[in-house]
Design a protein around this ligand. Structure first.
Ligand code: ATP
Ligand code: MG
Length: 203
C-alpha cells in the first residue's frame, strides 16, 4: 500500500474510533456524588498516586484533607510540598510509625482510633472535595479498626466528598464499597537489591 493510502486508511479508522468513543461517553452520566477510590497491591506507587490526585484536585482549587494512619512525624517530601497550599490543605499525621518499630499494639490501636475519629469528622463535615486516608488498609489488616464501622463511616460521608484509601491488602468489605480499585503490582523494587529508601523517591 502506498503512503497516501496508509494515511487515508488511518484517518478512516480514527474517525470510526472517534465516533465509537463519543457514543460510549454519551451513554455515561456525571457522578452524582464523590467517589471512593482504593489504591492497593504490593507494589510501590499507592500513596504516590494518591498524592498525584490531590495535586490534580488542588489545580481546580478544591479543598483537600489528608490523614496519615501509619506514618509518624518524620520529614517527608509530600508534607513539605503540600504545606505550601495550607489555605486548601488540612493535614493530620496521626500514626506512631511502623508497627514493627512501635511494637506496642495498644498504642497503635489508640493512634488508629484517634485517626479514625478525625477522619470521621472530616468525612461528615462537607468541607472537603477530596480526603486521602493514607495507609488505612494497614490498620484494617491488623484489625485495629472494625472494617464494618469504617465502611459505614465512609458511606455516610458528605456527598460532596471523594475519598482515597491506600495500603496493601485492602479488605474485601472495603473493596465491595469502592467505585475504583487499582492494584499496584510489584515487579522489581530497589530494596530487593540492597538499596535503601531514597529521599525524593520514597519519602
Ligand atoms: P509510595 O509511598 O512510594 O507510593 P506505597 O504507598 O505504594 O509507596 P507503602 O506500602 O505505603 O507503598 O510503602 C511505603 C514505602 O515502602 C516506600 O518507601 C516504598 O518505596 C516502600 N515499598 C513499597 N513497595 C515495596 C516493595 N514491593 N518492596 C520494598 N519496599 C516497598
Ligand atoms: Mg503508602
Amino acid at each position: 500500500m502506498s503512503t497516501p493510502d496508509i494515511n487515508e486508511n488511518h484517518k478512516a479508522d480514527m474517525r470510526k474510533m472517534q465516533a465509537e468513543h463519543r457514543e460510549k461517553i454519551k451513554a455515561k452520566k456525571a457522578a452524582e456524588r464523590g467517589l471512593l477510590l482504593v489504591n492497593t497491591g504490593d507494589g510501590k506507587g499507592k500513596s504516590t498516586a494518591a498524592f498525584g490526585t490531590l495535586i490534580r484536585a488542588l489545580g481546580w482549587g478544591h479543598s483537600v484533607g489528608v490523614v496519615q494512619y501509619i506514618k509518624g512525624n518524620w520529614k517527608v517530601g509530600e508534607r513539605e510540598f503540600f504545606k505550601r497550599f495550607d489555605d486548601l490543605v488540612t493535614w493530620h499525621t496521626m500514626g506512631e510509625g511502623f508497627t514493627w518499630d512501635t511494637q506496642d499494639r495498644d498504642r497503635d490501636i489508640a493512634a488508629a482510633r484517634a485517626a479514625w475519629d478525625t477522619s470521621l469528622t472530616m468525612l461528615k463535615s462537607g468541607a472537603y472535595d477530596l480526603i486521602l486516608l493514607d495507609e488505612l488498609n494497614i490498620v484494617l489488616r491488623y484489625d485495629y479498626l472494625d472494617v464494618a464501622d469504617v465502611v459505614a463511616g465512609l458511606q455516610a460521608r458528605s456527598p460532596r466528598t471523594s475519598v482515597i484509601v491506600t495500603g496493601r491488602d485492602a479488605k474485601p468489605d472495603l473493596l465491595a464499597a469502592a467505585d475504583l480499585i487499582s492494584e499496584v503490582k510489584a515487579v522489581r523494587h530497589p530494596f530487593d537489591n540492597g538499596i535503601k529508601a531514597m529521599r525524593g523517591i520514597d519519602f
